[in-house]
Design a protein around this ligand. Sequence first.
Ligand code: HEC
Length: 152
Amino acid sequence: MPRFSAICIALLGALTLAACFGPAKDTHPNQVLTKRNALFKQFTRTLEPMVVVTNGRGEYDKETFLALAQDLEKLSTKPWSYFPQDGNYPPTRARPEVWSNPAEFKQAQEKYRACISALVNAAQGNNLDKVKLAVSEVTSSCKSCHKQFRFE
Ligand code: HEC
């Protein structure tokens, strides 16, 4: 049955390729890389609808907006415990400075959290301009930490 075996070989080849190029396995016993990245993705998912509103591409509804800001505040403390001493392993995009300069990494987290508190405060008020400013400051603090502590 030559045709059958040709199909088998093709299938095996495809499976091998998939195994090589599929998502890399998280080798840490507590899978800290997977956990922190899932939280960072939630940062983005929570921030994005607020950016849509402050860019004028979505309607501003105070209650919905405030709930998002509060969700982001709850998330803002979470990823950092998933950078333990033995947490620097591929395919991380974190720079080695996360581990070699923990004081500055902590400072960047605190700056970020201060921006989020300011956002929650602004979202409790009635001044959309203040809300817009607060969102842009949150976005800048994400970027400034990435610039310092994450490979592009
Ligand atoms: C105090 C530093 C810091 C702050 C603040 C920060 N990040 Fe990050 N972020 C990181 C680091 C470090 C990584 C790389 C993690 C890794 O690959 O191990 C990362 C990774 C990510 C990723 C990639 C996740 C993945 O699956 O690859 C996204 C998305 C992200 N951050 C979004 C955000 C957003 C949005 C904000 C602000 C709302 C933010 N981050 C604030 C440090 C920070």
